[in-house]
Write a protein that binds this ligand. Sequence first.
Ligand SMILES: Cc1cc2nc3c(=O)[nH]c(=O)nc-3n(C[C@H](O)[C@H](O)[C@H](O)COP(=O)(O)OP(=O)(O)OC[C@H]3O[C@@H](n4cnc5c(N)ncnc54)[C@H](O)[C@@H]3O)c2cc1C
Length: 480
Amino acid sequence: MRKVLPPTLRPERIRSLNGCGEAAPGPVLYWMSRDQRADDNWALLHAQREACTRGVPLVTAFCLAPVFLGATLRQYGFMLRGLAETERALRNRAIGFVLLRGDPGREVPAFARRIGAGLVVTDFDPLRIKTGWRTEVAAALRVPAVEVDAHNIVPAWHASPKQEYGAYTLRPKLRKLLPDFLTPIPALRRHPYAWPQDPGPADWVAVQQSLRVDRSVGEVLGLTPGSTAALRVLRDFLKNKLNGYPEASRNPAVDGLSHLSPYLHFGQVSAQRVALEVNAAGAAPAARDAFLEELIVRRELADNFCLYNPHYDTFQGFPAWARRTLSDHARDARPYGYPRDRLEAGETHDDLWNAAQQEMVQSGKMHSYLRMYWAKKILEWTRSPEEALQTVIDLNDRYEIDGRDPNGYAGAAWSIGGVHDRAWGERPVFGKIRYMSYNGCKSKFDIPAYIRRVLKNQPLTTAVGRTNRTGGRLTNTEAP
Ligand SMILES: Cc1cc2nc3c(=O)[nH]c(=O)nc-3n(C[C@H](O)[C@H](O)[C@H](O)COP(=O)(O)OP(=O)(O)OC[C@H]3O[C@@H](n4cnc5c(N)ncnc54)[C@H](O)[C@@H]3O)c2cc1C
């Protein structure tokens, strides 16, 4: 009987990592990293097609690194609970899942050798640490390794071969390519070839308990991770908020955002699925287009920045005009000066800034409009742009659930270093970097209403020594 194979992917979505030619016999290994979901995952779909073509099992491995860019229990917990759901979804389709622990650069090739993998497929991430792991894995393998961009709708390397100046230069390129890439996503099938060496399900409770990570920033209780929750959040957005976009999304005093960023960051939902659902929702065209501008253009611009700018998280990564103007104003007197601990504690003279900081610390997600104000004030109140950028990145990555993301590095570089922006009127400290003021915010939204919302909405967190009513134990009823 003729085999019916899963559909092929567009070749532009796939890149060889090590130039090895023919796949060897043995299972196909999907090294899952950024895109931690079973459905709507182009890397997994490619791995399944390759496994079906060869008539071999398909095995997924996720490697849990002991430390990752300052991630705390908050982010590890959200990720692990999502992975537990993904493991169940894969097992239901007869796809193996193994949780590895340690340095992915060493563990992934060692595991590939142990199971006799004939091909390794992984997903794409432009961050330096991930690129380093992929290079190590690919160099250590004797079988082909490929990466598949499962995160961007238009594969980042295909959308543009260079760092873009701004949304205005990337947008037309994406527009031209979207008809080819924003297409329906085939379903992941039940895999026809079982993996006989399957060690059985991971013990997620034991994994959680044995984590040696910073537990001083706890999980956000009441926020459910995972792909099912992501689709619920998406449906709520489509039904109740999309038509109010972008006006409501710019008003921190009301709840007008999608809140999809934690799910998008961990790849628990695909941006392409979100875009397809938004297109099908029948929303007002202006609202739909404004949302897709953020979801597609801004998000993919951030990946472009991190892919092509090796200095995406330092002063050196700013455009020349911005470095010049910030250097010209490096010695300007700062109106206020706060050390890192006062900022972290939300103890400044500015009640709006303090509330934004508190929103991030408590809920793991600061309002998007205030992220810009928050970062720009850190530039105004610290000793140098270098210190400001480092403080923004450290606090963002420590408290935001969606932190350590290209969007975060691009957002910090936009706020402090003029990346993807233009020069504005010159003023102290900022030079020609765009300025934001308390009075500007006051004219745009009801600041006291926002502050009341933050105070009222403080969710429980399991932060040790913070608002922890459970003695630091992981008692989320959603625990795997
Ligand atoms: C200083 C600063 C730090 C930031 N840190 C992060 C971060 O760590 N992680 C992160 O995902 N985003 C970050 N952003 C971008 C943006 O603020 C968030 O993506 C947004 O607040 C997420 O909330 P939402 O999903 O409810 O947004 P929505 O408005 O509902 O947007 C939907 C999606 O569009 C994308 N998007 C929206 N705004 C932007 C933007 N400005 N740039 C890129 N993509 C965007 C995101 O994927 C977002 O999830 C940062 C921005 C700034 C200025």
